[in-house]
Design a protein around this ligand. Structure first.
Ligand SMILES: Nc1ncnc2c1ncn2[C@@H]1O[C@H](COP(=O)(O)OP(=O)(O)OP(=O)(O)O)[C@@H](O)[C@H]1O
Ligand SMILES: [Mg+2]
Length: 495
């Protein structure tokens, strides 16, 4: 078994239940009668090392995401899955002392025990990661020659099945695809069908499903069943479709920034974890001694929630509360709507009441309305940002013409260390310069720090846009605040 980190090993064991296995991320208990309880913890592993850190909310996202896909795959008749119960329904299978445990209901699933195939079934539709490395060296991907002009993140000419062994300890080893196809034809066929199903669904939601790993097993009747986790940010690579399309236009391309565990792998590469050996106790100790940066943990936690929202259209807390019937509080957000001028307020302010009525007070903790001009009130703007926007969780900045307010407010918030997202709403007559200027002021900020409607790739506009921005701020997951490129000012430059 992989060497668990102190944080992972210290996870409490559920009393009175038989712990069958402590994986890198999941604890599996035997519930008897062929059922297992699979508990996804907040642990995180990269390059087959379990890090000494927890990513808050990660286990809940993994379970909810797997539930989402397994339900969809069964409905679509693509395959059988091991899912028996999730959320509040797991109580039927648990001894009394563990019933009504909201944390457990939010992260655990009851599954059918399977005879697992000792293979990680991997499908890749895009060239990146280890496959890209191999291609750079040999021009081939798992033995298949490819066109010579492919770059990191490019779409592959067809979907590749690139199975590996499932090592209990150390790195998984690539297997011969043809041999695996012959030995596991039904699994391979189902792998490709699942990949295609999720790929299409994700693309319709503005997301590229680059690659994924699945695990299969057989139930007691000899049926092939999809087990483990499905299309989660732990087992798959997800990218923004918009970002990928933007890369595609470039001559020198790279894979878009990850919406998944790759975020943590990239840190691991920076600090050299990828070159260490998980079978060496010295290296294991070294990795367990590494402190994972707090900002990375926060960004990863936010990213897992964000990709869940992009794909399902729901905040994970709402999904767990409404679909899985877990008695969870859905945290309400405090919104501030800031108009660039009184006349902007006169144009769009009326929409606030409409949107507020739609959103409802239960979900809208508080909605403050301000008028603040970036150009006329620069000192107040600094003060407003310094106060954390007077206690808001999300800010919607609304205005027309050259509309610097959202970008400048966001820059001050960032400089003051606040993680408060700013959504921009552009005002102006359809087709007018005023509207175009406001849209460009929002969409053309370097690093795209102000939030737009990222699924459609457009800036929120006018009263309808304001309504949608309020709904977005209330019900959606907002993208993580990733580290920004810092550039120092330069004075008296000698030419
Ligand atoms: N229905 C099932 N029946 C039996 N075993 C299962 C079933 N579903 C999943 N498993 C196994 O349960 C374990 C889940 O643990 P976990 O996800 O922590 O695994 P891991 O493979 O060690 O880590 P990682 O996912 O990071 O590679 C895996 O070994 C998986 O193969
Ligand atoms: Mg696993």
């Amino acid at each position: 078994m992989a060497q668990l980190s102190p944080v992972r090993a210290g996870e409490p064991v559920l009393k009175g239940l038989k712990l069958l296995n402590r994986g890198k991320v999941r604890d599996t208990y035997d519930l008897g009668s062929g059922y297992l309880l699979s508990v996804a913890t907040d642990a995180i592993s990269i390059f087959d090392f379990v890090l000494n850190a927890k990513v808050p909310g990660k286990g809940m996202v993994l379970t909810a995401m797997t539930h989402f896909w397994m339900t969809k795959l069964e409905e679509a008749g693509i395959c059988k899955t091991h899912l028996v119960a999730a959320g509040a329904a797991i109580d039927h299978y648990l001894p009394k002392e563990h019933q009504g445990n909201v944390d457990l209901q939010s992260r655990a699933m009851v599954v059918k025990q399977l005879q697992m195939a000792p293979v990680e079934f991997i499908a890749r539709g895009y060239l990146t990661g280890t496959a890209f490395k191999e291609y750079q060296k040999t021009g081939k991907v798992f033995g298949v020659a490819l066109p010579s002009d492919l770059q990191d993140g490019d779409k592959l000419p067809c979907v590749f099945d690139t199975p590996t062994t499932k090592e209990v300890e150390g790195h998984d080893i690539p297997m011969n695809s043809e041999e695996v196809r012959v030995k596991y034809p039904e699994e391979t066929k189902t792998l490709l069908a699942v990949y295609e199903f999720v790929r299409k669904f994700a693309e319709e939601h503005g997301v590229i499903f680059a690659d994924t790993k699945l695990e299969f097993g057989f139930d007691e009747k000899g049926n092939l069943v999809l087990g483990d986790e499905v299309a989660t940010p732990d087992s798959s690579r997800f990218w923004s479709l918009m970002a990928w399309m933007a890369e595609k236009k470039k001559e020198k391309r790279k894979a878009p920034s990850p919406y998944d565990k790759q975020l943590v792998r990239n840190w691991g590469i920076e600090v050299g974890v990828n070159n260490l050996d998980p079978l060496s106790s010295e290296d294991v100790e070294k990795v367990h001694g590494m402190e994972v940066p707090k900002e990375l943990i926060t960004a990863t936690s936010e990213m897992y929630r964000y990709i869940f929202w992009l794909l399902t259209g729901m905040r994970v807390d709402s999904y767990v509360a409404s679909k899985l019937r877990v008695d969870r509080e859905i945290p309400a957000r405090k919104l501030a709507v800031v108009f660039g001028s009184r006349s902007d307020y006169a144009k769009a302010g009326v929409q606030l009441a409409v949107a507020q009525k739609y959103v409802g007070n239960r979900f809208l903790g508080k909605l403050d309305v301000h008028v603040l001009s970036c150009h006329r009130n620069p000192l107040y703007l600094v003060e407003f940002a310094g106060s954390g926007c007077l206690g808001a969780d999300v800010v919607i900045a609304v205005g027309g013409k050259a509309f610097a307010l959202p970008g400048v407010l966001d820059a001050h918030l960032h400089a003051e260390g606040f993680r408060i997202p700013v959504i921009g709403v552009a005002l102006g007559e359809e087709g007018s310069e005023e509207l175009l200027a406001a849209e460009l002021s929002i969409s053309q900020i370097p690093g795209q720090t102000v939030l737009m409607d990222e699924k459609a790739g457009v800036v929120y506009r006018n009263t309808d846009g304001l309504s949608r921005a309020i709904v977005r701020a209330t019900f959606s997951e907002l993208p993580p605040m990733l580290p920004r490129v810092e550039k120092k000012p330069e004075f008296f430059i000698k030419s």
